[in-house]
Design a protein around this ligand. Structure first.
Ligand SMILES: [Zn+2]
Length: 297
């Protein structure tokens, strides 16, 4: 599944060290991660990297939202120094001895090395503008942010702990991979497990805010990411279940333009609000207050 590289490291692949004047540039070499310029997929502009970084990885010209890692996301959302990770000791295994182009066991090790994460989600607690929350963030750079046993278990435990400690629950999804095929049925079971924990959280009166970012697809979109009391999305994020070609081949009708974007889904009532990255922290804090400022009970 080398496709991981394209979706995720797009910002990095797009880096070039050439000045903005030269239009046609050779593809950036791997291993040159810190270029000065970024090519924007939104406006095709050549953007000074520092300008984009100063705007939390958003294009200063067109507002295109680039990838941010789970670690960066937590730094953007949480009050400084307040985040404490939970369940870091839960680590992935290879229960099926699965192998595609690469053995899954080897892939895990390689992804861990490359991303600095142990699996595709970080969970824990922290403060958002002085409001304590339980928070999970998936990272699309780790096997496409797909949900295997570890992602499911960490999110289920996060939810249960949010319920027990009466904390508002925030999950930010960046998952292009859906359920992780390398763990087969065990991955598919995570959808039901996390959803059941969320149902219990809801029953206890707990607040759950789901934030969909680019991309949120497959089994992630089809389970916890869609179950928020409030569902926010970043602008122009790709959100859906199957890819457009699969849907078209199955139902044999022409699909409306942009039907898997935040904007289309807002129009059709699937999400509640599109929130620019710079406003996300304030919007979450406001939503928590609006909903009574409590996680449960
Ligand atoms: Zn742009």
């Amino acid at each position: 599944m080398e496709t991981v590289q394209t979706a995720l490291s797009a910002p990095i692949d797009a880096i070039t060290e050439n000045p903005p004047s030269s239009k046609k540039q050779p593809p950036a070499k791997r291993g040159v991660p810190e270029g000065l310029w970024l090519k924007c997929e939104g406006c095709s502009g050549t953007i000074y990297r520092k300008d984009a970084e100063a705007m939390q990885n958003v294009c200063p010209q067109c507002g295109h939202h680039w990838y941010v890692s789970a670690v960066q996301r937590i730094a953007q959302l949480m009050d400084e120094g307040t985040f404490e990770e939970w369940d870091a000791s839960i680590r992935p295994t290879d229960p099926l001895g699965f192998k595609d182009r690469k053995a899954y066991a080897e892939r895990i090790v390689a992804e861990q090395k490359r991303t600095g994460l142990t699996d595709a989600v970080l969970t824990g607690t922290g403060m958002i503008r002085a409001r304590r929350v339980a928070c999970g963030v998936t990272d699309s750079s780790f096997i496409m942010g797909s949900m295997g046993s570890v992602v499911g278990e960490r999110l289920a435990r996060l939810t249960e702990r949010a319920t027990a400690e009466k904390l508002p629950l925030i999950i930010i999804s960046a998952s292009g991979g859906g359920a992780r095929m390398h763990e087969g049925i065990l991955s598919l079971m995570q959808m039901a497990k996390v959803s059941a924990a969320l149902a219990a959280h809801s029953k206890a009166g707990g607040l759950f805010i789901s934030v969909l970012t680019n991309p949120t697809m497959g089994g992630v979109a089809a389970s916890f990411a869609s179950l928020g009391d409030l569902v926010f999305a970043e602008p122009r994020a790709l959100i859906g279940f199957a890819g457009p070609r699969t849907i078209k081949a199955t139902i044999r009708i022409e699909l409306p333009k942009g039907f898997q974007t935040s904007e289309f889904l807002l129009e059709h009532g699937f999400i509640d609000r599109i929130v620019h990255r710079k406003d996300l922290k304030s919007e979450i804090a406001r939503a928590i207050d609006y909903c009574g400022g409590r996680g449960a009970g």
